[in-house]
Design a protein around this ligand. Sequence first.
Ligand code: HMG
Ligand code: MG
Length: 298
Amino acid sequence: MVSNDNHVSLFEVGARDGLQNEVAVPTAAKVQLINALAHAGVKRIEAASFVSPKWVPQMADSAQVLRDIERLAGVRYSALTPNITGYQLALSAHADEVAIFGSASQSFSQRNINCSIEASIERFIPLIELAKSQGVKVRGYVSCTLGCPYEGKIALSEVARVSAILYNLGCYEISLGDTIGIGTAHDARNMVQAVSEQVPIAQLALHFHDTYGQALANILACLDTGVRVFDSSVAGLGGCPYAKGASGNLATEDLVYMLHGLGLKTGIDLEQLAQAGHAISRHLSKKSGSKVANALLG
Ligand code: HMG
Ligand code: MG
């Protein structure tokens, strides 16, 4: 299926997927980053994560972050929530929507959220039901869609099965994660095609980490399946604490540059985005992980 839609929706995960795996930065720096992203035209920002602070201490100040940010009209500020406790904390801090995160790999599910795939689904059901009753949108992540750090290749049927379960439970969008950034273009495309037999393509998002430098190529290879939602991380921040060696998501600046070059619209000001990435990289005392930002800003 070829989509004629030339608008692409970017879901920015730098402040969560990125910063959860960096040395802890001050709350004020997170707030500054999120505000700068919104001013650059980013409309969907994952700003926080209400997980156990024992598991991910970098996200322990999530409630404060959500309280301190400027709320720009038309921008949705989202939070990651593994269970009802997290959901309630997210709502108290006025998250606009939440995201649950399951996995296509049993081993990764166990390491990441301390339970099997089946147990995680049982845990998500009351969260989704409560969210529905309160009119809160729930996004669903599926990790390890192109490979698992513990199990290697994951069957496409399993990726499609877990995706369909989360979608049928009520997630409005399913984000397919290449958590360790190992996939290549052919596999990425096959994966999207397999999942799209169970979940409408308009409800799919791609969440590719860039560990092996394949994320842009993978997105390019998937564009003509019709997918129009991509997760990315400003300055290529981050990785995954339960996937050793995984680098950050594809840098948002690099993705925006490619999409604009293809004539697709993101609504994002690339220069301002690159400035936001440089500011947070300075806080982390590291070079931005975006080639485009480094080229633009020198
Ligand atoms: P557990 O130890 O099995 O849970 O952890 P528990 O229910 O037994 O609770 C243990 C303690 O945590 C208790 O406190 C709870 O109150 C507390 P204690 O009695 O010991 O003082 N607790 C919480 N505290 C704050 N917020 C909460 C919460 N829940 C329980 N929501 C649990 C299970 C899911 C909580 C844990 O495993 C966890 O927090 N895991 C999160 C791991 C994580 O954040 N990973 C990174 C995000 S996933 C990712 O990056 C992949 C993604 O980007 C997609 C991709 O790349 O593919 C999304
Ligand atoms: Mg991720």
